[in-house]
Design a protein around this ligand. Structure first.
Ligand code: PCA
Length: 210
């Protein structure tokens, strides 16, 4: 089972491409015979990790990829590092604006994504049957807003769980100068597929404890 998440709109926008991309990637992966669930997370520091936890509890995924919008970027960023630190430039959708707070008090300073980022980067930058090369980067900062909160909570939650691969991808805006929905969804689906293929340990079965 693959779990994909995107975010609801935030900061006064009425659209967030991250959930549209998650849904389209789920559609592509289902077409490949895989079990996938796509969900939209609230853009709220307190609620988002709780919703994500419930999704993990109920779907028992072996791969989790959360997506979020990074409006200033022009390419997709495969995030490497989640930090135990939040510092918000604007309030979240619940009106909360943390300054210099930990995500989880007393927990490690950072976690690395457990998705095969380099393998994904190489695969996507090569043309494949049915698609051109897709430009993606590895990013070393997911920021300090709700995306980093969710990324850190996800990695903290899945740390040490055998056979689960998890990580975060930031996506740019979609318009004429940016990659389109289908290209970004194709890239996310390819990363999920690689994560399944590269699972070093056995994948989780239904009864596995998290
Ligand atoms: N992007 C924000 C939060 C939700 C989203 O889609 C971020 O980068 O933190």
């Amino acid at each position: 089972m693959i779990l994909l998440t995107g975010f609801e709109p935030f900061g006064g926008d009425d659209f967030n491409p991250s959930f549209a991309i998650a849904r389209q990637a789920a559609h592509i992966l289902r077409g490949q015979g895989l079990e996938v669930h796509a969900a939209e997370l609230p853009c709220a520091f307190a609620a988002a990790p709780t919703v994500l936890d419930h999704l993990i509890e109920s779907h028992r995924p072996s791969v989790v990829i959360s997506l979020g919008l990074a409006a200033g970027r022009t390419t997709m960023g495969l995030e490497k590092v989640a930090i135990n630190h939040i510092d918000a430039r604007i309030a979240d959708n619940a009106g909360y604006q943390p300054i210099d707070r930990p995500v989880v008090a007393g927990a490690p300073a950072a976690y690395f994504a457990t998705l095969p980022l380099k393998a994904a980067l190489q695969a996507l930058r090569e043309p494949a049957p049915g698609r051109d090369a897709i430009e993606v980067n590895i990013s070393y900062s997911a920021g300090s807003f709700v995306c980093n909160q969710v990324f850190y909570a996800l990695m903290h939650r899945t740390a040490g769980v055998p056979g689960i691969r998890a990580g975060f991808i930031h996506v740019p805006w979609m318009d004429a100068t940016h990659p389109g929905l289908e290209e970004m969804a194709t890239a996310v689906a390819a990363v999920a597929q690689l994560a399944l293929d590269n699972a070093a340990e056995p994948l989780l079965s239904a009864g596995t404890e998290y």
